[in-house]
Write a protein that binds this ligand. Sequence first.
Ligand SMILES: [Zn+2]
Ligand SMILES: [Zn+2]
Length: 137
Amino acid sequence: MASGSCACHYISYTASTAPTCLVNCHCTSCRKQAGAPYQTWAFFATDDIRWHVNPTERRSTNTSTRTFCPRCGSTLSMLKHSDLKSIAIAAGTLNEGKTRIPLPSHHIFLSEKASWFELSERDGAKRWDKWGVYDRL
Ligand SMILES: [Zn+2]
Ligand SMILES: [Zn+2]
């Protein structure tokens, strides 16, 4: 079981399993929303996440909805409308605990990567210019 919260702890959740994988998304939307070189998403089955208070939704594109905390603004999740069974949780919101969280296994949208950020050659993660593996998660 994993758990997490936003920065101010108003929104919190528990997950009945560990995430299936972690993905670093370098797309412009994720970078701007995160205010960081990329957003790390932790993927779960949507049914495995229980929100104690529901985060606020924002339809970020025609194909996806993001959520955030209405009090502190922390990014919490992203849902692709084409795959409602799988939810991407902002990995930085996960609490440190006993559940083993896998290392990020993929970089996606490297075609939009910030020019001032350099990837480690040794992180072992697969690299994709666009969605890459995402559609199959
Ligand atoms: Zn908050
Ligand atoms: Zn992205």
